[in-house]
Design a protein around this ligand. Structure first.
Ligand code: LLP
Length: 437
């Protein structure tokens, strides 16, 4: 994975750093990000657009992993940024991210969130529904400030992925329906506004998608509508945002195409369709999250107890679990792992990796071949960079692990480990809040 290697001691090395040393320095569990790989992925997307001569913006979907340092890397690579909450926006602003390159998403942005976006004059708001459209219009006219928007449409596409991460189908909580006239009404309402400037159309069909079919179909359906709106309403979008969702390889069973292949096929289709309809080629925006950071992240755990169920299974327990990676429990997601302090040892036994949470469903990996392990060994679970830390939680009052960035043999702590004090930081002992008031 990425720039990972095995050194002469048999230790897994990521970004030039020995993972055994990292675990000694920072403790476990520990998220380690290979920053060079993030940069490589970012450049891969940008270069593909450049080589096709297409005007584009690649926005990192920061829900995959948002932290100040992460957003600084994205800024250094010249990408744009997708945020979905006041919290993600606040993090982006704290990182000094260029505000004109921030896009605000979400199906239920609060008034406070919309005002915050307006006050910071961010690049655009991706409007999801009529309630938001009206609220935004009110805020803009009150503040006497225009705002650029994309209208999020639901093209009616079924991408082949897990139900919970499927978003482009008709029966979805997101966006204006493209087929039943909702999107057209939204467009007319927005175009009619004195303050709202419709930059273009947005859609996102789902996540962890392995084929281009869904993207191509979505683009086709949208462009067909754009042709209709062009004739009826003289509307031509400057931007077509086709969302994120490009799949990555978690295990050998996954067979995604490369990011550049996704982009190339999508662009070819958009070029062809717009040419057929005599429409100008819009600027193409995409919003990858997982495919920028997923395989750059590795989680290191220390192996603790084990339990044999004779003739059935051997459980090996680690010092983390569904609190730092909820994906196996939530989506039945699969991961690969190795023993990082003996990365060159041959595999010897079939085991299952259990988390430490008080819940039978807290299993990180079922049935994996590993060398024989003992308490104190270090387990490296790969591809945890997307939706790992960002979905981490304090179930069982476990502190969230720290995050370390590694690059060129240097390591830097970018999120510190939560302490036990942090865990009770928001608590108010019984009686004291009443006494104070
Ligand atoms: N744009 C929009 C509007 C989105 O809703 C998402 C993801 C993305 C972009 C980025 O998608 P990506 O390139 O990362 O696939 N927690 C789930 C994934 C939820 C994705 C939500 N939206 C998981 O762990 O698999």
């Amino acid at each position: 994975y990425g720039t990972s290697k095995i050194n002469e001691k048999g230790h897994l090395v990521i970004g030039g750093c020995d993972t055994v040393e990292l675990s000694k320095k920072y403790g476990t569990p520990l998220y380690v990000y290979d920053v060079e790989l993030i940069r490589e992925r970012a450049r891969g997307f940008k270069n593909t657009f450049a080589s096709l001569g297409v005007k584009a913006q690649v926005a990192y979907a920061s829900k995959a992993f948002s932290s100040i340092a992460m957003i600084q890397v994205i800024a250094e690579e010249g990408l744009s940024l997708d945020v979905v909450s006041a919290g993600e926006l606040y993090t982006a602003l704290a990182a000094g991210f260029p505000k004109e390159k921030i896009h605000f998403h979400g199906n239920n942005k609060s008034e406070a969130e919309l005002r915050m976006a307006m006050e910071h004059d961010i690049g655009c708001i991706v409007v999801d529904n009529f309630v938001e459209l009206e609220l935004l219009e009110e805020i803009c006219s009150e503040m006497k400030m225009p705002m650029q928007v994309l209208l999020r449409v639901t093209p009616g596409i079924e991408a082949h992925t897990h139900d919970y991460i499927l978003t482009g189908q008709e029966d979805s909580k997101f966006g204006f329906d493209l087929q039943n006239g909702q999107a057209e009404s939204a467009l007319l309402q927005a175009v009619d506004s004195n303050w709202i400037d419709v930059l273009g159309i947005h859609c996102h069909i789902g996540s962890q998608i392995f084929e281009t079919t869904g993207f191509v179909l979505a683009a086709q359906k949208i462009i067909e509508k754009l042709q209709e709106w062009n004739e009826k309403h003289l509307f031509t979008p400057s931007v077509l945002n086709l969302g994120g969702g490009f799949g990555i390889r978690y295990t050998e069973e996954d067979d995604p195409i490369s990011p550049s292949q996704y982009v190339e096929e999508i662009i070819l289709k958009v070029k062809e369709e717009t040419r057929n309809y005599g429409l100008p080629m819009p600027e193409i925006w995409i919003e990858p999250g997982r495919s920028l950071v997923g395989d750059a992240g590795t989680t290191l755990y220390e192996i603790g107890s084990h339990k044999d169920v004779p003739d059935i299974r051997k459980y090996i327990a680690i010092d983390g679990g569904m609190n730092d990676n909820i994906r196996p429990a939530l989506y039945d997601a699969k991961y690969e792992a190795i023993v990082a302090n003996r990365a060159d040892a041959p595999v010897e036994e079939l085991v299952s990796i259990a988390g430490k949470c008080c819940e039978s469903g807290d299993m990180l990996i079922w049935d994996i071949q590993l060398p024989a392990t003992a308490k104190g060994d270090l387990l490296a679970v790969f591809c945890t960079g997307a939706y790992g830390y960002s979905m981490a939680n304090n179930y069982n009052r476990l502190p969230r692990p720290p995050v370390v960035f590694v690059e060129g043999g240097e390591d830097q702590l970018v999120i510190r480990r939560e302490s036990l004090e942090d865990l009770i930081h928001l608590d108010i002992p019984l009686g004291t809040s009443l006494k104070k008031s």
